[in-house]
Write a protein that binds this ligand. Structure first.
Ligand code: ATP
Ligand code: MG
Length: 424
């Protein structure tokens, strides 16, 4: 038999086993070779509360070279931190050697780690509910940190001395908020006091990491809860350099987040938080958080058009179509509904706009214009700002159903060219 090919392409192949089966195989293989091996962290928490884990992480006493030897098809991702990704049945499973973190130099990552045992690996983790292990072969929970008690009681508690844990790694501040919101758990008072105390230090975390955490906590039905905790802990004012400016309108943001549909996008939630600010401010906030250009564009558009649907009677068909032509229109509609609810208004206006939008056929949202610049040139209209004025007004009339065909559109263009030409 030929040795397994390390360079085989597993990713294009369909996974043949479930993530749970793959992770169990990894544990069994390691245990059979004489090592301790356990499921660790988030997956144990999720299994114990009856939720489907997103992924299964394995922690082991086997040092990285031993892991690699047992799983020839593996990748080193954080060799320094003892993390190897192994592939079983087409599934990638993260295998980390039990470790103890040595000094934290930058408020985020330890400068080095030392390989140790399960207990020490548990106590370097962030929160008790995240600090448990599970042995899938013996079907046994291994809990050195009181995670089961806190999980049952619905409590988020830092492992060890909260003050120290948050000053070592400031990202834990946001992880705590996200976890509490996701699980709908209460943050234990001493942990909470330390979070408030260390809140300003979040500014020292990289914007990418802050954005990533925000994205995760706001793309979730617990988003209002998370926002409330960001605010009460004091974290909110430090998430980007000018974040303090939004504190004054945080009541309204909170109410809107509460009223957004459960599946609302991050962009809609961020727009709810930035509502009422200027475009330049929105763009600067998005840039500071290193949001993608798409996200920045959508959030800026949503904030700029936040009030456009407020009075449906004044929204003409063309106005509606111009809004609908933007891919973020569903988010705008969701924000509108949320705003009405936040302000205690009945949903009548939201229902009316939704009904009208649904009645617009897809091909009628942004039809090709009946009149183009070429037509204007052929008419002898001189190039200049007048071009755009004429084209915009004719297109608006077209969208609004005021003109039905090309001859009518050309006639309107001619009339406008005369009028505007005279004004100029
Ligand atoms: P999620 O469901 O959001 O993925 P998770 O708990 O699996 O939650 P991960 O970021 O995947 O979160 O981390 C896996 C585990 O690693 C955590 O459960 C926790 O035990 C530990 N961990 C992660 N980040 C930190 C941190 N900053 N400090 C200490 N321990 C951490
Ligand atoms: Mg995880």
């Amino acid at each position: 038999m030929s040795p397994p090919n390390r360079h085989a392409k597993p990713r294009s192949r369909r996974a043949s086993v479930s993530p749970l089966e793959a992770a169990t195989t990894v544990v069994r293989t390691l245990q059979d070779a004489g090592h301790t091996a356990l499921f660790a962290g988030g997956c144990v928490r999720d299994m114990l509360r009856g939720a489907e884990p997103e992924d299964y992480d394995v922690a082991t006493s086997a040092p990285p070279p031993a892991v690699q030897k047992l799983f020839p098809r593996s990748e080193q991702v954080g060799a320094k931190f003892g993390v190897i990704i192994v592939h079983v049945g087409g599934r990638p499973i993260e295998v980390a050697t039990f470790r103890r973190d040595l000094d934290y130099a930058d408020g985020r990552r330890p400068v080095a780690v030392e390989f140790t045992d399960a207990r020490e690996d548990a106590i370097r983790r962030d929160f008790t509910v995240n600090g448990m292990f599970f042995d899938p072969i013996r079907s046994e929970v291994v809990d050195y940190v009181g995670g089961q008690t806190d999980l049952r009681a619905g409590i988020i508690r830092a492992i060890g001395d909260p003050e120290r844990r948050f000053s070592e790694d400031h990202l834990r501040l946001l992880r705590g908020v996200r976890l509490a919101a996701k699980l709908d758990f209460t943050i234990e008072p001493v942990t909470w006091a330390a979070m408030k105390e260390h809140a300003p230090e979040i500014a020292r975390i990289s914007p990418e990491r802050i954005r990533e955490e925000l994205d995760r906590m706001l793309s979730h039905s617990g988003r209002a809860r998370a926002f409330g905790e960001l605010r009460e802990s004091g974290l909110l004012g430090y998430l980007w350099p000018t974040a303090k400016e939004i504190l004054a309108s945080a009541d309204r943001s909170h109410a809107m987040l509460e009223a957004l549909p459960a599946n609302a996008r991050f962009e809609a939630a961020l727009a709810a938080i930035l509502h009422g600010t200027h475009r330049a401010y929105v763009e600067e906030a998005c840039d500071s958080l290193r949001c993608s250009n798409d996200t920045k564009r959508d959030v800026a558009w949503l904030v700029a058009h936040e009030c456009d649907l407020d009075d449906p009677a004044r929204v003409r068909l063309a106005d509606l179509k111009l809004l609908m032509a933007n891919a973020a229109f569903p988010d705008l509609l969701a924000l509108f509904g949320a705003k009405l609810r936040a302000l205690g208004y009945p949903p009548t206006a939201f229902e009316e706009v939704s009904r009208r939008a649904e009645a617009v056929l897809p091909q009628d949202v942004a039809p090709p214009p009946l009149v183009t610049g070429n037509d204007l040139a052929a008419m002898g209209v001189g190039q200049g700002p007048i071009y755009k004025k004429i084209l915009d007004r004719v297109y608006y009339a077209q969208l609004n159903g005021d003109i039905a065909d090309a001859p009518a559109a050309l006639q309107m263009a001619r009339r406008l060219a005369d009028e505007l030409g005279q004004q100029a």
